[in-house]
Design a protein around this ligand. Sequence first.
Ligand code: FE2
Ligand code: FE2
Length: 167
Amino acid sequence: MPLNKKMLAALNDQITMELSASHSYLAMAGWFESQNLPGMAAWMQMQSAEEREHGLKFFEFVVDRGEEVSLGALAAPQAVFGSALEVFETSLAQEKAVTASINNLYTLANAEGEYEAIPLLTWFISEQVEEEASVDQVVEDLRRAGNDQQLLLMLDRELGARKGEGE
Ligand SMILES: [Fe+2]
Ligand SMILES: [Fe+2]
């Protein structure tokens, strides 16, 4: 059965949103490199790769349903920041926007009777809880560190030790 038109458009928009998030995290990685904070840069690169994987999960779903993928344009992401805290606050706002979008997809899938999309969306709902929590933790740590350069470096080293999913 073909996908409902509204659902297909929303899924295609979600692919673009995940790829935009990937683009944005890569810009953040670049900014951290420019600040000589390689741990945070590595964390952002890993996050960027994860967002691309998210985009591909939706891509596969659209393809598996025999529908056409339609990608939107990627806007140039913010690349200049005032502080590490500002970067992670921007990331948190971005994750919250993604969460709202996934929740809307879930509501739409139920309203349109697109039950095949529910397992995929349920996975994303749990994933967003984790993503928001991990970014929020860094925001809190950075707030606590304030202007302490020692603490900033410690946090940079800690975030640099992040392992990929399933490692
Ligand atoms: Fe994502
Ligand atoms: Fe995310």
